[in-house]
Write a protein that binds this ligand. Structure first.
Ligand SMILES: [Zn+2]
Length: 403
């Protein structure tokens, strides 16, 4: 086999690199690429505690299908990994079920309740960082204490920024769509206000800090400024915030996530933030729920959408093919930057093979994830994952690709 237009030089030749991949999966006429394993620092795989939404097994299979070989799992579980004993429950499931590498977060506070610090010292050697994702840490004093302790332990604080005082029952962006359709809005300040609070605490404590899923233009400006100042700060945004905005909203739970899709101006600011390096990485915030939980429209549905199986095709189609970002930049955002920031090694035998010419329509009924709610359903995209290899083992092989 010759190199059939391999786009990215990792590795140079699929066949010599890994004899496990059947050469027949590489279509002769198509543009194939091999990418180093993607890394998502923000996913919810729902176990232990919520296996009716997703399991480690289904979630890691979905990740593999998306080209991911490493993901970091958020701690809004039952039990919450706020002690080594609770974390052990999750570690056991990961060891038994996962087909890729999973790095759990430890909670910042006991039960993610914001009242009392979790067992940070005991957790530190076994978790990637600390987060109370799903909730903002409301108390300034609690966040200060967490940052001081995390700094001492050499760990990052990874913050879901949301000021509960400003929520006022909102569930989509407080913008044109909410007012014209009679919905309660979530203002951008609920996000950026808490980022501003945290940046003051970072200045005070010197803690390494990462902001989850930024969605608002003000958040981009705050982080840009903090980086200029030299603070040890990074952030992520999600594919949906870069590709969609409130103008795309439909009266359907698959458009509901937290933070919400914001205005066109916010989306533009996020793209600018990605381009100039203010935004370090793209994370999916893969957050599966049951069909019932997502069937109650914008008002009544649970917050959260799935994203692992659509991230690359959506980003490739909407940002790279359309000329917004070069492919190298997209790989920085999906592979290199998250691994570097979180110290997650890139193993040589972790990669995925894609047919970049294959065009198709996103169909959630075909997902490996148990969650089906995605605002990208019905979107025409390019880029199909043919195979994913983790640790030299094939962990995903597209249907019809077997020899
Ligand atoms: Zn969150």
């Amino acid at each position: 086999m010759t190199q059939r237009g391999l786009l990215c030089g990792f590795p140079k030749d699929v066949r010599t690199f890994n004899p496990l991949i059947p050469t027949s999966i590489l279509p002769v006429s198509h543009h194939c690429a091999v990418f180093p394993g993607f890394c998502d620092v923000h996913v919810h795989l729902r176990e232990p505690g919520f296996s009716y939404k997703e399991t480690i097994s289904s979630g890691s299979a979905a990740a593999a299908r998306g080209g991911y070989t490493a993901v970091c799992t958020m701690p809004n579980l039952n039990p919450v990994p706020d002690s080594t004993e609770h974390l052990a429950v999750q570690e056991k499931l990961i060891a038994e079920q996962s087909v890729i590498r999973i790095y759990p977060y430890g909670a910042i506070t006991v039960g993610e309740q914001g009242k009392e610090l979790a067992e940070l010292t005991g957790l530190a050697p076994r978790v990637v960082a600390f987060s109370d994702d799903g909730h903002g840490v409301q108390s300034d004093e609690m966040m200060r204490e967490a940052m001081i302790t995390a700094k001492r332990l050499g760990k990052k604080i990874v913050a879901h920024c949301e000021d509960n005082r400003l929520l006022r029952g909102g569930y989509i962006h407080d913008g044109a769509y909410a007012s014209s359709h009679g919905h309660a809005g979530i203002c951008s300040e609920s996000e950026w206000g808490q980022i501003r609070r945290d940046l003051d605490l970072v200045r005070e404590t010197g803690c390494a800090y990462h902001v989850c899923h930024i969605s608002a233009k003000e958040s981009v400006s705050l982080i840009r400024q903090a980086k200029r100042e030299g603070l040890d700060v990074s952030c992520e945004t999600g594919p949906h915030y870069l590709v969609l905005d409130e103008n795309d909203l439909q009266e359907d739970g698959r458009f509901k996530m937290n933070p919400p899709l914001r205005s066109f101006a916010d989306r533009e600011a996020l793209i600018e933030g990605v381009s100039d390096g203010t935004i370090d990485m793209i994370a999916t915030d893969h957050a599966p729920h049951s069909a019932e939980e997502k069937a109650k429209g914008l008002r009544g549905s649970a917050f959260g959408i799935v994203g692992l199986e659509t991230a690359f095709p959506v980003l490739y189609t909407k940002l790279v093919v359309s000329g917004v970002l070069p492919m190298e930049k997209l790989l920085d955002l999906l592979v290199y930057n998250p691994r570097k920031r979180f110290g997650i090694p890139l193993e040589e035998k972790d990669y995925s093979v894609w047919d970049l010419d294959e065009e198709y329509t996103i169909d959630p009924s075909d997902f490996l994830s148990m969650g089906r709610a995605t605002p990208f359903a019905g979107m025409k995209v390019r880029g199909k994952c043919l195979a994913t290899v983790c640790g030299g083992r094939i962990v995903y092989l597209a249907e019809g690709q077997r020899e």
